[in-house]
Design a protein around this ligand. Structure first.
Ligand SMILES: [Zn+2]
Length: 283
């Protein structure tokens, strides 16, 4: 099932918003680097269909396979072997993209295949692979996660994209889609926003408010991830904000206080993650 394509005016507005973030002020290709199958939909699901409708070349690469090796961290797929769980995640992803008006055979690049939850252990390898991609097929803009302590894999992908841009020498704008992070002073998680106090590094910033049709499309895409329904139910469809990535110091915490992933049963701490980031920076 594919929903109606976005009206031209809406598609054009989305494409223009991304163009304003590109270094050259114009663009025609985007590479989305996401940690897990579904992060692209959470961040820019509705926008992707607009870009394709406007003739942009869209490519999406996932760093992890979406299948944590600890079965308790994939409750709906815990009975499957990791490779089987990864295949389910990939097929749900393909279904979601189709719903959003994208052809998975065209837009999806092979996953880098890092086990879910373990991207921090492979930051150097991921950065090298992404750097190679930037050299051979430089996009107008890369869209990826912010560094915000929401999930260790998200932060690791942010690290790897920044490192890849630096190492490759390819002049490319790193734009950020929203993911999720701890709400300051509260137990809740915030999405469709960025950590307060971390600012866009360019003047352009896109609040990404979605109209009714785009919201419907995004919800239908989210619903295609059947194994993640419980998790994704809490994500709204009101907006897909974008901004230029700040120049991060990955050796420092992304914000004061407890990080979102430190409150979860992942077993990751910010201290351990930053230790790995420091080691990766030395290689
Ligand atoms: Zn994710």
């Amino acid at each position: 099932m594919s929903l109606d394509p976005p009206p031209r005016a809406v598609a054009q507005e989305h494409a223009c918003a991304l163009e304003r973030l590109a270094l050259s002020g114009e663009g025609s290709s985007v590479l989305v680097v996401a940690a897990h199958p579904d992060d692209e939909t959470i961040g820019v699901g509705a926008m992707l269909g607009s870009l394709v409708a406007m003739g942009w070349r869209v490519h999406i690469v996932h760093v992890t396979d979406g299948a944590p090796r600890d079965p308790s961290l994939r409750p709906t797929l815990g009975r499957l072997a990791p490779s089987e769980a990864a295949a389910v995640r990939r097929s749900e992803l393909a279904a979601a993209l189709r719903v959003g008006g994208l052809d998975p055979d065209v837009v999806l690049l092979p996953s880098l295949g890092v086990p879910d939850q373990e991207a921090a252990l492979a930051m150097v390898e991921v950065a090298r692979a992404l750097s190679q991609r930037l050299v051979t097929s430089p996009p107008s803009v890369v869209i990826t996660h912010p560094y915000e302590g929401g999930h260790p894999d998200h932060d690791s992908v942010a690290f790897a994209v920044h490192a890849a841009a630096r190492v490759s020498g390819v002049p490319v704008r790193i734009a950020e889609m929203s993911s999720y992070h701890a709400a300051s002073g509260r137990q809740e998680v915030e999405s469709a926003s960025f950590v307060p106090g971390s600012e866009s590094s360019c003047a352009a910033r896109h609040d990404g408010l979605l109209d009714v049709r785009a919201r419907r499309r995004k919800r239908a895409m989210l619903d295609a991830f059947a194994s993640q329904v419980d998790v994704l139910a809490s994500f709204g469809t009101l907006a897909e904000p974008l901004r230029c990535a700040p120049a991060y110091d990955f050796t420092r915490p992304p914000h004061p206080g407890t990080l979102n992933y430190e409150r979860l049963a992942f077993g990751w701490t910010g201290d351990r993650w930053r230790e790995l980031a420091r080691a990766a920076l030395k290689t």
